[in-house]
Ligand binder design. Sequence first.
Ligand code: F6R
Length: 256
Amino acid sequence: MIIHLLRDSAALGELAARHVEVAMLETRDQVLGVATGSTPESTYAALSRRAARGTFRTDRLCVFALDEYIGLPRDHPQCYRKVLERSLSEPLGIEPSRIHVPTDDGGSRSASAAKFEEAIVEAGGVHVQILGIGRNGHIGFNEPGSDFHSTTRVVKLAESTRRANSRFFGSIEDVPPRAMSQGLATIMRSRRLMLMAVGAEKAEPIARALAGAVSPALPASVLQRHARLTVYLDRAAATRLDLDAIRSIATVHDWS
Ligand code: F6R
């Protein structure tokens, strides 16, 4: 595990974008896994600047989202496909057909989940997966209790997740209660994982995920088992980590 400590979200985004760019040079199949939410926005903005400068090439880039709400109209501004169009496909010039989102297409949900899993395999597997973390330790929408062997499926959002995400909607009642999410096994199959967290409310889940017991009670703890995990934290998100202790299992780079 490698941990980068950054001054703030902007510095985090710059470093993470540089690492995405370098990692994509390692592979022919340029498959990027993306999270939505606030945390990776500075990385997507930095990637857009790199694409505009011509250092980050997006002509072969193919993107897989972690999750999508169930029940939102397709043109709803908080639909994750729409969010990704605004933050990634438009600024990076990626055709919408190369953005894959696990979607309830009105037919069998288990069939569309299986189709999404197959699409990842057909694309060559995710090379770099960007992850945020929920206050309850979720990754994707794998809420506490999720099976480490889970693959893409319909999930029920925790009350605390709906409350946290109500900031993007009018109220908690407007946040859909269910979503389709990549599973923990799907995420763990990615060749490289980049976990990022910003802000004091992420300090506790980060400390538990990186240095606590590996347990479905805190889904992000499964990431301790990944051979190529890089973590990006701003100062506030790192405050509960025992940095001396974690140096026995991780390389820590302090840029803050
Ligand atoms: C969303 C996702 C979630 C978020 C998490 C943190 O696609 O995968 O796990 O990463 O809820 O969200 P923010 O970054 O908004 O705090």
